[in-house]
Design a protein around this ligand. Structure first.
Ligand code: NDP
Ligand code: OXD
Length: 306
């Protein structure tokens, strides 16, 4: 069995070592243009040339949960696209969202500024009932985040494409219930995949439907947010601020207004990192299952784009 590693932004050597240990029977190499045909590939944002040269490949294993860098390419018709499902990311995502939510809710940034200025003062306690958290995307990551937020006793709402029933979560589904979901939300968390349906889903019109004093936590993809619409909504007072991990252009260009805005906190696309050992173990187990003719989780449905 031959497997190529074709991942931009990842150092190849440690991945090759881990893959070779997990799949000792396989021949595993970094892909180079003109290389012979392989059975599988481990990929992250591969070039179109790779896909054009390898139409026989049975499955592409994306070393991330989001497959938007791949769905914008032309994939061979018979190749399965497989994403990571969890592989250690959901607990990181839960940490990130709970941290951003509680920092905002408890006004810890204001305390930090006060303390840095030598000021000893108290903020009025706020009620968590006044901070309903709405999670867009109730998949592997969204459901884990919902459980973590529930543990802190915030009201939780969720929105997905197909209707769901989740204990303790008021669930909404589809376009028909989107406005109602937003109206029931003060802290909006985006955990959607980036598809043609979800691109630009957070914009002036939709964010205006959030409860006054709304807060945005975007941990999915930068293109879910119409960036130009965010600062006017914050400066008008409708939104209290935002915590952003992802941006339309990454790294965020110097001079982008988000760098300077006091009510926007940012991290460099790090909410849930790909963990090498967990990812390799998951990919190796999926390859073994496919070889036995068994089903695997995480196959992307081309008609949905996730
Ligand atoms: P899943 O595929 O498990 O879940 C996607 C969820 O989004 C599902 O609940 C799905 O609904 C819902 N959804 C998709 N399209 C629509 C739509 N048009 N309307 C309403 N709901 C929709 O993905 P994951 O939870 O594993 O990952 C989510 C995203 O998180 C990734 O695609 C990636 O972009 C991002 N991510 C970001 C990271 C970071 O570090 N910032 C790290 C990892 C992932 P349904 O259940 O009905 O199908
Ligand atoms: C992912 C990511 O999609 O890290 O896994 O953004």
């Amino acid at each position: 069995m031959k497997i190529y590693f074709c991942c931009t932004d990842f150092k190849a050597e440690p991945w090759l070592a881990a893959l070779r240990t997990a799949l000792p029977q396989a021949e595993i190499e970094v892909w180079a243009p003109g290389a012979g045909p392989a059975d599988y590939a481990v990929v992250w944002a591969p070039p179109q040339a790779f896909l054009d040269e390898q139409p026989q490949i049975k499955a592409l294993f994306n070393i991330g949960a989001g497959v938007d860098a791949l769905t914008q390419l032309k994939l061979p018709a018979t190749t399965k696209l497989v994403r990571l499902d969890d592989a250690g990311m959901s607990v990181q995502m839960a940490e990130y969202v709970v941290h951003a939510l509680i920092r905002h809710f408890r006004e810890f940034d204001i305390y930090a500024t006060d303390v840095a200025g030598g000021k000893w003062s108290f903020r009025k306690p706020r009620l968590r009932e006044d901070f309903p958290v709405g999670i867009m995307g109730l998949g592997v990551l969204g459901q884990r985040v919902a459980r973590a937020v529930q543990a802190f006793e915030f009201p939780v709402r969720g929105w997905s494409r197909a209707p769901k029933e989740l204990h303790g979560v008021r669930c909404y589904a589809g376009e028909a219930q989107f406005a109602e979901f937003l109206a029931e939300t003060k802290v909006l968390v985006c955990l959607l995949p980036l598809t043609e349906e979800t691109r630009g889903i957070m914009n002036r019109e939709t964010l205006s439907l959030l409860q006054p004093g709304g807060y945005v936590i975007n941990v999915a993809r930068g293109a879910h947010l119409v960036e130009e619409d965010l600062i006017p909504l914050i400066d008008s007072g409708h939104l209290a601020g935002a915590a952003l991990d992802v941006f339309r252009q990454e790294p965020l260009p110097a001079g982008h207004p988000f760098w300077r805005h006091p009510k926007i906190t940012m991290t460099p696309h790090t909410a849930a990192r790909t963990l090498r050992d967990e990812s390799v173990a998951q990919i190796a187990s999926k390859i073994a299952r496919l070889a036995r003719g068994e089903s695997i989780a995480g196959i992307v449905d081309p008609s949905k784009g996730y």
